[in-house]
Design a protein around this ligand. Structure first.
Ligand code: ASP
Length: 416
């Protein structure tokens, strides 16, 4: 039995675990046995810890290995520009889809917003200036200790460039990081064997925790978010893969199932990064150079699901108050949601934390934040899955454009 289970491919094991968890979680919830569901939390946390443990060393080693493999440095600039361009473009589409779905479904109609009084004390949203200044770490070790992904990326790119410039003298350091990157991937592989169990425990626990009363009154916002994210994934990502990449979308989606399941159950795209890297390289044939650069950047700055959430929250608030947004306000929402999603950390509930940036940019009160709090996890899971899918899509397109996509791997009939 155990042997047969282990002989199934990982994504099948994860999906089966996911479905069993939904069944068990729902059963426990119906029977009122939330306590039992809560007992699964430590196992889930153990899995989250294990994948987060990989995050910093993987980002550092893969980026340095990637940068030191690029022979000419001007390619790095081109790669960066293409990546960031695609990230921003898809995010602007994402907010627009969120706004469209919220206009159609009207999740805020008839809802009364709680007063949270003036500015929310939930957050201190960073300004754009702070965001830019914060890119360069004062102390790279501190950046690693704090898990500040953007700062680690900047340090790793600079270190990689310096290794290239040092030529022969830098060669041992280069070899060290290439070898370290390989070792980290082996470790990621080991941790991923825990994924079915981790996903199972997390989903049972989350279902047990669901605040049903709040969920019932806010069911339409959840429906709107899920519909907008799924539409964005199918239309924008599927469309880009087909039209810009001239590749088969079904192969793309099949190749990243593990990453999507882990993103959905853990609600952190930075934490999912090791899995995303492994999927994109092994199942889609994206080179290490491209994925090692594009994915860590995407995990921090590309959050389409989060941007969709921002757009929906703004319209939700306007609908609850019975006010119509003007065209300028719509455009402001698109712009600030894009920026807020870039600034959001890739950790659970980050979307809620940056929401005031968007709401206050168009003068809306912050009551929605308090309202969404009890059911945020359910929406966070979908946002995170969308975020991770978007990163993988851009990595695939950039690899294709750079001639760094192994078509034999991408077109292989099945993912093993
Ligand atoms: N949890 C999301 C992520 O890690 C961010 C969010 O809260 O929207 O991608």
């Amino acid at each position: 039995m155990w042997f047969r289970w282990q002989s199934l491919t990982l994504w099948k094991r994860i999906l089966i675990a996911f479905m069993l968890a939904v069944a068990l979680g729902s059963l426990l919830k119906v029977l009122g046995l939330e306590q039992v569901a809560a007992g699964f939390e430590p196992v889930g946390r153990l899995f989250i810890n294990a994948i987060r443990m990989l995050m910093v060393p993987i980002i550092l080693t893969t980026i340095i290995a990637g940068v030191t493999s690029l022979k000419d440095t001007s390619r790095l600039g081109r790669l960066g520009a293409m990546t960031i361009g695609l990230y921003l473009l898809t995010t602007a589409f994402a907010v627009s889809i969120g706004l469209l779905m919220a206009t159609l479904i009207r999740p805020g109609a008839g809802i009364s917003l709680p007063e949270v009084g003036g500015e929310s004390d939930l957050v201190e949203a960073p300004t754009l200036g702070e965001l830019l200044l914060g890119l360069v770490p004062e102390n790279p070790v501190a950046a690693m200790v704090e898990g500040n992904v953007l700062q680690i990326i900047v340090f790793a790119i600079l270190l990689g460039l310096a290794i290239n410039l040092a030529g022969e003298k830098g060669a041992p350091v280069k070899r060290f990081f290439h070898s370290a990157a390989e070792v980290m991937f082996k470790l990621a592989h080991m941790v991923m064997e825990l994924a079915p169990l981790g996903v199972f425990a997390l989903i049972v626990w989350v279902i047990g925790e669901l605040a049903l009363v709040e969920l019932l009154s806010l069911v339409w916002i959840v429906v709107t978010l899920y519909a907008a994210c799924l539409l964005h994934i199918a239309l924008v990502y599927g469309g880009c893969i087909r039209l810009l990449g001239r590749l088969k979308p079904q192969h793309f989606f099949r190749g990243i199932v593990d990453a999507q399941a882990v993103a959905y159950s853990t609600a952190t795209s930075a934490g999912t990064l090791p899995v995303t890297l492994a999927n994109v390289q092994r199942n889609l044939g994206v080179s290490k150079n491209v994925s090692g650069f594009v994915l860590p950047l995407g995990a921090t700055m590309n959050m389409d699901g989060t941007a969709i959430y921002m757009g929906i929250a703004a319209l939700f608030t306007a609908q609850a108050l019975g006010v119509e947004l003007t065209m300028t306000q719509y455009l402001t929402v698109v712009l600030t949601s894009t920026l807020a999603s870039v600034g959001a950390a890739s950790i659970p509930a980050a979307g809620l934390i940056v929401m005031p940036i968007v709401l206050s940019s168009v003068g809306l009160p912050l009551g929605a934040i308090a309202l969404f709090f009890p059911i945020d996890r359910l929406m966070d899971m979908m946002r995170t899955m969308t975020n991770v899918t978007g990163d993988s899509m851009v990595a695939t397109l950039v690899a294709k454009a750079e001639g760094e996509l192994d078509h034999e791997v991408y077109d292989a009939p099945a993912v093993e």
